[in-house]
Design a protein around this ligand. Structure first.
Ligand SMILES: [Zn+2]
Length: 86
């Protein structure tokens, strides 16, 4: 078992949580709900009808930090077109 990478992951999550709590009020987000970070525009957002994610169900279960989240359809489209062209 990779204990080091696991604690590294926990630290990443802690930093993200701190950032979220710090920004939530300013951005008008509900900190009691789960907050995601858009991987295209880096906006923090509460999940809604416009949000989407990209990844596999295996990642969802095992490495959720590797999933990509999008605040809106344009961001999701942008990510997919950028990754297609590479
Ligand atoms: Zn976005």
């Amino acid at each position: 078992m990779g204990c080091e990478s696991y604690s590294g992951l926990l630290q990443q999550i802690d930093e993200f949580k701190m950032k979220v709590v710090y920004n939530a009020k300013e951005l008008g987000l509900d900190a009691n709900k789960k907050i995601y970070e858009c991987c295209v525009c880096n906006k923090l957002f509460n999940w809604d009808d416009n949000s989407s994610w990209f990844g596999t169900l295996k990642q969802w279960d095992e490495t959720p930090h590797k999933l990509k989240f999008f605040c809106c359809d344009p961001c999701s489209d942008k990510y997919k077109s950028l990754n297609k062209s590479r």
